[in-house]
Every structure is written in structure tokens, then in C-alpha cells.
Design a protein around this ligand. Structure first.
Ligand code: UDP
Length: 232
């Protein structure tokens, strides 16, 4: 089945090189994988985490709200970078933010996002939900629900959802499919609990696959998920 509207989540860390800075080759490869589906009329939204810059770090000097504000701004920087690389690969893009960012991004509006999708643009959703104590997991689920997305694609550094951490437990078993209720009951690492409950309530399916497997994003866009499908 060809999805008509999908949301793709990339973690900030997945875009970074181990020694720091962006992995431009990887971002270019992602752009190339998106192009055929975009050309075929699929609407593609992108949410990027901020873990390459910052992840909710608190200390005696920095409280959670301020740390999360830095994290949200980091996601905007990632959107600007990836959007520019996509443009240099011939993809039209638009960036929306949960909060005003001057002329760097438009403030999120469902109507305006729909206009950009109609223009054939890849739409970036930066700034998460715009609120501390949330994550980009919650941000992507919220926007996916608002934008009537068919499925959320989670491109991770692991090839699916396991019943235990395969790095720790050699007997860990990968699920081909499972329900969002099972994800919640077993506290499986797909998206965080807040985001999982929103998927359950609003019937939003998810797919988890390995970002580093060749053409995994293109295959997922074509409905061929070599990973785990989370049904609702
Ligand atoms: N964040 C937030 N509210 C949101 C989304 C993100 O406060 O709605 C902050 C939070 O500090 C989080 C950071 O932004 O730790 C980066 O997001 P995330 O951890 O989801 O990024 P990833 O780990 O996927 O790169």
C-alpha cells in the first residue's frame, strides 16, 4: 500500500557524526530516498529530535523548563540544516515551528501546512510541541494526528522493536507487529508513554525500522517495512 501522507521521525543523534557536526552524506541519502514518493504525490512531514545538540539536561543552575527550551530550539536548528540539504538536492521544503522564530520558520497552522503539502513540499515540524516536559515523540504524534497522517515512520538506529535490549540480552526477540496497547502495557521503547497513549486514543499507527539499512526509508514509503509495525 502506498501511504498518502506520512510523518518521518529522525533523531538528532542519527544525523550527527560521532566526532560532532552533521553527517551530510546521510542527510543527502535521506533526501534521495524521499524523492520518488514525493514525485508520486505522497505528502511527507519530517520531525527531527535535538539530541545531537542537547537533551533536557538539568543541573543546579538550569531547571527543566529552561533545559527543554534549549532542546526545542535545537530541533529548529536541525530542521534548518536538513531543509537546506534537501533543497540542494532539488526538494522544495517548508519549515513550521511550534513558536515564533522570526523569518526562520512559519508558526504552525494546519491550513498553511496543507497549502505547503499541496505545493509538493516536504514540511518540517520544528520546536516539538512548544512546551517543556514533552518530547519530539509527543510532538510528532501531535502533528501527525492534527495533519491526518496515515502512519508515522520512526527511522531509528535499531531495526525494530524488541522485547528486551538486544545489546544487553542476546535472546531478545524482535516483533514483526504488535499493538500500541502492548507497547504501553510492556513499556516497550517505541515512543514515550505520553506519545504512545496519544497514538492509542487517536488510532495512529507507527512503523519502526533501521535508518542505517540501505533504502529503508524509501522502502517504508513504498509500504515495505523491514522492522516492526505497531497497529492500533
Ligand atoms: N523538547 C521539549 N518539548 C517538546 C519537544 C522537545 O521540551 O515538545 C526538548 C526536550 O528537552 C528534549 C529535547 O527537546 O529532550 C530534544 O528532543 P528529543 O529528546 O525528543 O530529541 P531526540 O532524542 O529524538 O534527538
Amino acid at each position: 500500500m502506498q501511504n498518502k501522507r506520512v510523518m518521518l521521525k529522525l533523531s538528532g543523534e542519527a544525523l550527527a557524526k560521532p566526532e560532532g557536526g552533521y553527517n551530510e552524506d546521510k542527510v543527502r541519502d535521506i533526501a534521495k530516498q524521499l524523492k520518488p514518493s514525493l514525485g508520486a504525490g505522497t505528502n511527507i512531514g519530517v520531525v527531527i529530535g535535538g539530541g545531537n545538540y542537547w537533551r533536557g539536561r538539568t543541573s543546579e543552575a538550569i531547571d527543566r523548563t529552561k533545559a527543554d527550551q534549549i532542546g526545542m530550539l535545537a530541533t529548529i536548528m536541525n530542521c534548518i540544516y536538513v531543509s537546506e540539504i534537501f533543497r540542494s538536492e532539488g526538494i522544495d521544503t517548508a519549515i513550521f515551528s511550534a513558536f515564533p522564530c522570526g523569518d526562520m520558520a512559519e508558526v504552525f497552522s494546519k491550513d498553511r501546512v496543507n497549502e505547503r503539502f499541496k505545493e509538493g513540499k516536504v514540511v518540517f515540524f520544528g520546536g516539538g510541541t512548544g512546551h517543556p516536559y514533552f518530547s519530539t515523540d509527543t510532538g510528532i504524534v501531535l502533528r501527525a494526528i492534527e495533519m491526518d497522517v496515515d502512519m508515522i515512520l520512526l527511522a531509528k538506529s535499531i531495526d525494530g522493536v524488541y522485547n528486551a535490549d538486544p545489546k544487553v540480552d542476546p535472546n531478545a526477540k524482535k516483533y514483526d507487529t504488535l499493538t500500541i496497547q502492548e507497547v504501553i502495557d510492556k513499556r516497550l521503547a517505541v515512543v514515550d508513554l505520553t506519545a504512545s497513549v496519544m497514538c492509542l486514543e487517536h488510532k495512529m499507527p507507527l512503523a519502526v525500522f533501521d535508518l542505517n539499512e540501505e533504502n529503508s526509508i524509501k522502502n517504508a514509503l513504498d509500504g515495505k517495512i523491514n522492522g516492526t509495525i505497531v497497529t492500533v
